[in-house]
Design a protein around this ligand. Sequence first.
Ligand code: SF4
Length: 66
Amino acid sequence: MRLDIDWTRCDGHGLCATLLAGKVTLDDWGFPVIPRGEIAKADVPHARRAAAACPALALRLKGTGG
Ligand code: SF4
């Protein structure tokens, strides 16, 4: 599974960087730097939680399995 972001929605709240600390970082403007490629299986629940918590509904998990 991969994390996908809709930049037209993201407001740079930074919540995803808090919920996915160490995976998602923030750039100089407070916008998230989303890891490319597959999310490690152990991180999928955290990624799912971050996507659900995004106040702008900008984050999505894409891929097989969910
Ligand atoms: S939580 Fe959502 S709106 Fe906030 S920085 Fe992350 S993707 Fe953007």
